[in-house]
Design a protein around this ligand. Structure first.
Ligand code: ADP
Length: 237
């Protein structure tokens, strides 16, 4: 059985009379240790899929199996446990606690999980050993995102989900964040990443999923999806 499996997942948002099928029958599997990239145009449903997989939003229909457990059936309390112990999440805008230092941000997260990775060592490993006592406002965007990645890693999750982790960064800081993600992938971490960094996706991903209008329009290795895309729209992302 695959480590992660989404089966016929539907999510509709209602705004007054308007119903948006953000997820319109999503199916995919991800194996342990895979680096899966989700691409697609704005509004396609990428964040919706990631939030459902991360237990931050709930599916209306379908199954989301993680290590054999269907998280769609989880109670709110079980979902809290799932977010604490099983899943890491890295957001576009870092979501660090502003009045805690880099080290304290990581330690705070590590405190609520069972089997944390030592915070200072993990920060040192990504070149932030000299920034442990800095507050987020004293760090660059790239440094903040590296702290956020280490915060999720320190909780020792089974999977880390990234939602456009480099899109808020100045171009010169993108590389330092991508290289930390590449190291994690090479170390065997299971990762699901929504990104527009196509060069990075080609180089590092095992699997690319192209979402369009709430469904998986294409899926395969980077060579298959970028080399000979079946849907012309992929070329225009
Ligand atoms: P993407 O991440 O690919 O840009 P999203 O998953 O954020 O797409 O959104 C998919 C669709 O669902 C979009 O049309 C968006 O406007 C809509 N949507 C997302 N979240 C909500 C919400 N909370 N309420 C209403 N509509 C939403």
């Amino acid at each position: 059985m695959a480590f992660v499996e989404m089966k016929d997942v539907y999510k509709r948002y209602r705004t007054g009379e308007v119903v948006t099928a953000a997820s319109d029958g999503i199916n995919f599997t991800i194996e342990k240790g895979e680096f899966a990239i989700i691409v697609g145009p704005s509004g396609a449903g990428k964040t919706t899929v990631l939030n459902i997989l991360g237990g931050m939003d709930t599916a209306d229909e379908g199954q989301v199996l993680v290590d054999g457990n269907d998280i769609v059936q989880y109670t709110p309390k079980q979902l809290i446990g799932y977010r604490r112990h099983d899943i890491g999440f890295v957001f576009q805008f870092y979501n660090l606690v502003q009045n805690l230092t880099a080290l304290e941000n990581v330690e705070l997260a590590a405190q609520i999980c069972h089997d944390p990775i030592p915070a200072a060592e993990a920060l040192e490993a990504v070149g932030l050993g000299h920034r442990l006592d800095n507050f987020p406002a004293q760090l660059s965007g790239g440094q903040k995102q590296r702290v956020a990645i280490i915060r999720s890693l320190a909780m020792n999750p089974d999977v880390i989900l990234f939602d456009e982790p480099t899109s808020a960064l100045d171009p010169e800081m993108v590389g330092e964040v991508l290289s930390v993600m590449k190291e994690l992938a090479e170390a065997g971490m299971t990762m699901v990443v929504v990104t527009h960094e196509m060069g990075f996706a080609r180089e590092v991903a095992n699997r690319v999923m192209f979402i369009n209008e709430g469904t998986i329009a294409e899926e395969g290795t980077p060579e298959e999806v970028f080399g000979a895309p079946k849907s012309l729209s992929l070329i225009h992302i």
